[in-house]
Design a protein around this ligand. Structure first.
Ligand code: HAX
Length: 439
């Protein structure tokens, strides 16, 4: 090992007990307005972000513009013969808080269609990347490659007034959203279907067109609508939403900002968990010789995972303290359309057993399933068995919430985000004094 790396390793190991002591013995000590635990621990529960687009209640789950998931599904217009609202209607609702008329939804759809042509260089970029690149790296790079299209940048360079900033942010967001499903489907077909690309069908709504470009028949169009809506927004503090907001706060454009959010979403503690769930479930099935395990066998597998120092993927949440209503919505879909699917049945068994094991384990604050617990199982059922693609689907949905948020950020003139950091020495000094008053 190089002396640089060896010295660094020694420093990290020597420093770790200081951080652990601060957390254990002085975590409750208040510095200015937050505790030492919050300063070290990822700003948990610090109320310092504002959004009116969605709110996450720990005991109730997400509300989009004040409506729960079932209320949102019930209130918004649906394409004929479909069970779920169109993504276009939902986007209108997220941006404005109003339920759009059929005519307003049609106008959004027409507008998306006008903006939907993906520049050829995006496909060239995707094809030029190594074939074993993760689909999230492909998606993020594709978005970034389109940065040159930014209307915000052009108008900013022309000297637009601050009060107008939201307008080109809206234009960039619309342009990006209109192209995103095609880019995602292209990545899928390029990577897993031998490059047999299916051209878009412009008369379909976004969910329908996505299913068409993926090459998957009904009811996958409804899976797409449900999936994009459920994954759209989870208030502002989660990593992908926060990364988009943070980057956009520099007046960086929607392409830079959304690409950054996707990079955060690609982490195993966030959006990548849906891929991890599937891998974990398949390992379990493999160990059981392909059959659904008994409760006892499952319990042992759960404990083996925990004792191996790994997390149970798809369980736990930083804010929620109940079963995630996004899990429930997907469970309801699966119950209607695929009740006999063995992996769905296994998901149900895990739901019965895992919370008890996690409680006994005693670490996770929330032993209940999150959004990622059932989503991969539905994709698998409809033939999307390439689980490293699942986070791309999450990313397409997440565009709706994050782009709505940064459009409003610019509308309200939210400033550059810049929290203050302190050193470990300072924390130890304030801990010894019992705190640091606001100055
Ligand atoms: N299995 C085992 N241990 C878990 C756990 C799980 N599912 N969930 C939490 N814990 C552990 C944590 O690792 C932590 O342990 P340490 O003290 O040793 O670090 C302890 O319990 C306390 O964690 P917490 O406060 O309950 O949870 P966090 O807010 O720190 O983390 C996570 C929230 C979602 C990241 C966490 O529950 C987790 O790792 N879950 C599994 C991965 C997962 O499903 N991620 C997707 C989350 C949904 C999402 O955002 N999707 O995008």
């Amino acid at each position: 090992m190089s002396s640089l790396k060896e010295t660094l390793r020694e420093k990290i190991e020597a420093h770790r007990p200081r951080t652990q002591k601060l957390l254990k013995e002085h975590g409750h000590v208040v510095i200015d307005k937050v505790t030492i635990e919050q300063a070290i621990g990822g700003a948990r529960d610090v109320r310092c972000l504002v959004t009116d687009i969605s709110y996450l209640d720990p005991m109730e789950g997400i509300r989009f513009r004040g409506k729960t998931i079932p209320e949102t599904f019930a209130a918004l217009p649906k394409p004929p013969g479909c069970d779920y609202p169109s993504v276009e209607a939902f986007w209108y609702f997220l941006l404005t808080g109003e339920i759009p008329s059929e005519q307003a939804v049609k106008e959004v759809r027409d507008d998306f269609r006008e903006r939907s042509r993906v520049p050829n260089y995006v496909f060239d970029t995707l094809r030029a990347m190594a074939r074993d690149s993760h689909p999230m790296a492909l998606l993020s790079a594709a978005i970034l490659s389109m940065q040159r299209e930014s209307v915000f940048v052009r108008r900013y360079n022309e000297g637009m007034r601050k009060a107008e900033y939201w307008d080109p942010m809206y234009e960039d967001s619309m342009n990006l959203l209109a192209k995103l499903p095609q880019i995602a489907a292209y990545i899928y077909r390029m990577k897993y279907k031998g490059g047999a690309i299916i051209p878009p069908e412009p008369d379909l709504d976004m969910g329908g067109n996505f299913a068409h470009m993926m090459g998957i028949p009904k009811p996958y169009d409804d899976v797409a609508r449900m999936y994009f809506i459920l994954h759209s927004d989870h208030e502002s503090g989660n990593v992908s939403a926060h990364a988009v907001h943070l980057v956009a706060s520099t007046l960086s454009d929607a392409y830079y900002a959304f690409s950054a959010g996707l990079n955060g979403l690609a982490g195993p503690l966030h959006g990548l968990a849906n891929q991890e769930v599937l891998m974990w479930i398949q390992n379990l099935m493999k160990e059981m010789g392909g059959k659904v395990p008994s409760r006892e066998e499952l319990k042992k597998f759960l404990w083996d995972t925990l004792n191996g120092g790994r997390v149970i993927p798809g369980y736990g949440h930083a804010v929620l303290r109940i079963t995630d209503p996004r899990y429930t919505a997907q469970h309801d879909f699966a119950l209607k359309h695929m009740p006999d699917d063995p992996m769905f049945q296994l998901t149900n068994l895990i739901y019965e057993v895992a919370p008890g094991v996690l409680r006994e384990h005693g670490k996770a604050k929330n032993p209940w399933p999150n959004v990622d617990s059932a989503s991969g199982v539905i994709q698998w059922h409809y033939g999307v068995t390439q689980y490293d693609f699942y986070t791309v689907l999450f990313g397409v949905g997440r565009a709706l919430g994050t782009l709505a948020n940064i459009t409003w950020d610019r509308g309200l003139g939210y400033p550059l985000e810049r929290p203050k950091s302190v050193t470990t020495d300072m924390l130890e000094e304030w801990a010894a004094k019992g705190g640091r008053p606001m100055k």
